[in-house]
Each structure stands twice: as C-alpha cells, then as structure tokens.
Design a binder for this molecule. Structure first.
Ligand SMILES: CCC/C=C/C(=O)SCCNC(=O)CCNC(=O)[C@H](O)C(C)(C)COP(=O)([O-])OP(=O)([O-])OC[C@H]1O[C@@H](n2cnc3c(N)ncnc32)[C@H](O)[C@@H]1OP(=O)([O-])[O-]
Length: 308
C-alpha cells in the first residue's frame, strides 16, 4: 500500500518492470540473487528463496508464506531487510497474491530484531544506509496493500516486534519461554517516533508509555492481555491458524479493505515519508555517540556471555 498511499487513494496496478524503482529504494538490489525455483503465473504455485527469506505462494488461494531463514536468530541485517523488502514488493505487484503470512523457518525465534552488529563500530554512512532500510521495511509492511498476518512462532524483540505490529493481525505461539516487545531501552537505545506510534496504535498510550520506558518484553499470554498479539495458539497450529485467519480477510472485497486500511494508516506513513531525512540524521547522531556505542558493545558482550 505504500505505493497506493503515496498516490493518495488512487488504486493502481503495476507492471513488474517497476519493481526495482518502487518502494525498496535503498539501492542494494543488484547485489542480491533471489532465485525462483519455479515460474509464477496466476493459477500455479511458486516458491522462491534467497539467503534470508523463503517465499511460497499458493496460486490457488492467493496466500504467500514468507519465511525468515537467517540463521542463527533472524536478526535484521541490511541484506535481510533488503531481501525481505524486495520479496514483499514482488508479492505486492503479483496479481495472483492477495495476502502474506510472515513467519520464521527457524525454531524458537521469529526475529531477534535489528542486527546489532549493523549499529556498532561502523561509519556514519553505513548507519544511514542501514536506517534507511529499516524505514523501508516499516513503510512496506505498515503500508502494505495486501493482507499481512504475522505468525509469530518464537521470540520477537524490538525490530521483530515492530514488523509484527506493522502487520494487520498477529498470532503467537503459546510457549511461555517466548517474548515479544520493544526492549530498546534495555539496550540503552531509544525507539524512534514511528516505532512508538505503531505501538500506541496497537496497544494504546499508557501501555506503550510503560513498555517503552522499561523496555518491557511480554510472554504470549501477557501480550494477548494487552492486545500486542491478537491470538495465542499452540505452536503447531500457528501457521494453520494464520491461514484460516487470512482466509476470513480474503472474503472482504479487496478494494474496500485496502481503502479502509489506507484511511487508518496513511497519516502515519505520510509522517515518516515527510521526515525520512531528519529521522536518518537523528539516528546517525544518536548511534555514533560514544555512550551509545558503549551500551551496545556491553549488550552484545552480555548476549555472548549468557550463551557461554
Ligand atoms: C534505535 C534502534 C532501534 C533498535 C531496534 C532493535 O531491533 S535492536 C535489537 C534488539 N534485539 C535484542 O535485544 C535481542 C537480543 N537477542 C536475544 O535476546 C536472544 O539472542 C534471542 C532471545 C533472540 C535468542 O536467544 P538464543 O539463546 O536462541 O540465541 P543467543 O542469544 O545464543 O544468540 C545467538 C547468536 O546471535 C547473536 N544475536 C542475538 N541477537 C542478535 C541481534 N539482535 N543482532 C545481532 N546478533 C544477535 C548472539 O550474540 C549470538 O551470537 P554468537 O555468540 O553465536 O556469535
């Protein structure tokens, strides 16, 4: 929907030739090899895989399952974000796809959030490029013209929670070891306004205020209580429940659902679009501070020590 939103409410269909000049503009497309394992047309199913993302589109239902497969924890590196954005954009342009389910191919982890190594010990140009790709994935998922359901089959901190919240509906696996939330404060970093607004729009102001200040992470049952996820089901049923759920959404005429979604989400999309450059500058200024770099270094060490 980012494309639709940027053009107001005009509903347009695109040719695939526009793919690389569409929403994913951070200029890294040429370095990627996304290999299609079968050709795609409106009636057949297809599968494609890149190093971080696998896509299975069922042409008979119009449902695409997009699986994160970036070992060990699906952390969102620049390459991961770029591949995910391109995959989603391709599906958005594909008339045989009507909805996507985002899930993980790895056990126990939906996504560990942004790849901390992309924000640590690099130069300002790199941070700017990385942040642009984070903006891009949010714009793509939050403004997606098709239905997007998160099938959260593992922990989902920070950026993983953001991508889940940007979907239309969230189903989480009922495992008390899993956690979801915006835990940035725990790392000594601050979620930007569009992370905050996405959470406010999902769970309300007061819960967001507490969540952000404490960097709270919620168990699936607590996430359900505050409305951070919409359903909690046994892990083995997460994908089937997501498929049943998306089928209900598919019963609504596409144009009515899409315009309704746009009506709700366009103001937030526009707000980031209008301030992308200043948001990147803020991020770079913030992340290059010695104190912030120290916090991130400390946090990364603590992750490694916890493992050892
Ligand atoms: C303004 C900015 C906004 C920021 C937004 C964000 O998203 S900030 C992000 C906020 N995200 C978080 O705070 C999540 C931090 N992560 C965790 O809490 C846990 O890793 C887990 C629960 C995701 C998985 O637990 P588990 O026991 O299954 O796995 P494990 O713990 O053993 O890790 C395996 C390996 O992966 C490594 N690695 C892990 N995460 C990241 C990462 N994000 N990045 C890079 N690397 C990461 C970890 O160091 C280890 O490396 P090693 O030693 O093999 O070289």
């Amino acid at each position: 929907m980012a494309a639709v939103l940027r053009r107001g409410f005009r509903l347009v269909s695109f040719g695939s030739s526009q793919l690389l000049c569409g929403g994913c503009k951070h200029g890294r497309t040429s370095s990627l090899s996304i290999c299609s394992t079968s050709s795609r047309n409106s009636s057949s199913s297809s599968s494609s895989s890149s190093s971080h993302v696998k896509v299975d589109l069922d042409g008979s239902t119009g449902i695409a399952v997009v699986k994160f497969q970036s070992s060990p924890v699906n952390s969102m590196s620049l390459d991961f974000l770029t591949e995910l954005c391109i995959s989603l954009e391709k599906l958005e342009l594909d008339r045989s796809c009507r909805g996507v389910i985002l899930t993980s191919a790895l056990p126990k982890i939906f996504s560990a959030g942004l790849d901390i190594t992309e924000m640590y010990g690099k130069n300002p140009e790199h941070y700017a490029e990385f942040w642009k790709s984070v903006q891009e994935i949010w714009l793509k998922v939050y403004g997606y013209s098709k239905i997007a359901i998160a099938a959260i089959n593992g922990s989902s901190p920070a950026g993983g929670c953001l991508v889940s919240m940007a979907c239309d509906y969230r189903i989480m696996a009922d495992d008390p070891r899993y956690r979801i939330g915006l835990n940035e404060a725990q790392l000594g970093i601050v979620a930007p306004f569009w992370f905050k607004d996405t959470m406010v729009n999902t769970v309300g102001f007061r819960t967001t205020e507490l969540s952000l200040q404490f960097g709270l992470m919620y168990s699936p049952s607590d996430a359900l209580k505050i409305g951070l996820v919409d359903q909690v089901v046994p892990e083995e049923n997460v994908l089937s429940t997501a498929t049943e759920t998306i089928t209900k959404w598919l019963a609504i005429p596409d144009h009515a659902r899409e315009i309704s979604k746009s009506m709700m989400r366009k103001p937030m999309v526009d707000r980031l679009l209008a301030s992308r450059e200043s948001d990147i500058k803020n991020f770079v200024n913030f992340i290059t501070k010695d104190s912030i770099q120290k916090s991130l270094g400390f946090y990364m060490n603590s992750l490694k020590q916890r493992k050892a």
